[in-house]
Design a protein around this ligand. Structure first.
Ligand code: PBG
Length: 330
């Protein structure tokens, strides 16, 4: 095919803001943004996090207030993480009905359950004295199958507390099947399971460790995926789907857009992604240093997830971005 120079002009579709808006392949909507939130037991007032400017560890009161603000802005859901005062070897507070996470889930479900989707992180790392996502065996390794029974108990406790979606972030083999069975047996067949299908052992979780007062020494490389492996994510996907996951997830976000795109192509259920703490910190600190335009970098990073195929995005900017999307357009 010979092109006459000047007749084929892709720039033609870029000439005005209105035309660019019209031909935009993807766009953001508040309903597909999910706000991760932290609630900590024993706080008298919220604490700001050094590694995540603008993100707080909440008291129950400030949690409800911030959750209301998010819901008013139209965000699609709230993903809750809890930090107990007392941590132990098996993470007892994770499934205790009066544990901080379960109390907070109950509070949000009671006040906002009609207007938004209340979600719970289902993992032991915030609750264990050693900081691992599971219980340990006698050699100090993470015991997959012993952990599964803890997850099953957590699933039922969180559903009972009022969570509608459970985010299984521990990367134990068989976690979706075991939680599904426990939920169904306890009468919670409508509780949704979101599998953290492809969760990588990532340096980008750095600031999150401060957010949950993590006790972890070492790393999670025996259970989270190796950053080098993409094909393995597809194996995890087929397992999670076979075990009954209702939603699947790729995490972190930007460093794994290739994985997200492939999972989005193959998945029969909604695909979400998590713009994690380190991704948040990179943009906040680079913007604070004057190196990049904060708002544009935030928007561009979120649009990249949509282009790659994400149906919804967990982001610490959910409220702010949703408010911006609702506001007057330039
Ligand atoms: C584990 C969990 C982690 C994150 C979400 N769930 C930490 C980890 O796996 O080490 C990280 C989220 C973030 O960095 O924003 N419960």
């Amino acid at each position: 095919m010979s092109l006459v120079p000047g007749t084929v002009r892709p720039r033609r579709l870029r000439t005005t803001p209105a035309l660019r808006r019209l031909v935009s392949e993807v766009r953001l909507h508040p309903a597909e943004l999910i706000l991760p939130m932290f609630v900590k037991e024993g706080l008298n007032e919220p604490v700001t996090l050094g590694g995540m400017p603008g993100v707080m560890q909440h008291t129950l009161e400030s949690l409800l207030e911030a959750a209301r603000e998010a819901v008013d802005a139209g965000v699609g859901g709230l993903m809750l993480f809890g930090i107990p005062e007392h941590k132990d070897e098996i993470g007892s507070q994770a499934d205790a009905p009066d544990g901080i996470l379960n109390r907070a889930l109950g509070l949000l479900a009671e006040h906002l359950g009609e207007d938004t989707v209340v979600m719970a992180d289902l993992c032991l790392d915030e609750f264990t004295s050693h900081g691992h996502c599971g219980v340990l065996d006698s050699a100090g390794g993470v015991d997959n199958d012993a952990t599964l029974s803890r997850y099953a108990a957590m699933a039922v406790a969180q559903a009972r507390a009022g969570a509608q979606v459970l985010g299984l972030s521990g990367m134990m083999d068989g976690q979706v099947a075991v939680c599904r069975e426990a939920l169904d047996e306890a009468g919670f067949s409508d509780t949704v399971i979101m599998g953290y299908t492809a969760k990588y052992a990532s340096a980008f979780y750095g600031p999150f460790r401060e957010a949950v007062d993590s006790e972890l020494q070492g790393d999670r490389k025996t259970y989270q995926q190796d950053p080098a492996n993409g094909r393995e994510a597809m194996r995890e996907l087929s397992l999670d789907l076979a075990e009954g996951a209702d939603v699947v997830m790729v995490k972190p976000g930007l460093p794994y857009l290739d994985v997200l795109a492939e999972v989005a192509r193959e998945s029969l259920v909604p695909v979400w992604t998590y713009q994690v703490s380190g991704e948040y910190a990179m943009i906040e600190f680079a913007a604070a240093a004057g190196a990049i335009d904060r708002e544009r970098a935030i928007e561009e990073s979120l649009i990249a997830f949509k282009r790659a195929g994400a149906d919804a995005i967990l982001t610490y900017w959910a409220t702010e971005v949703a408010q911006g999307l609702n506001g007057p357009k330039p």
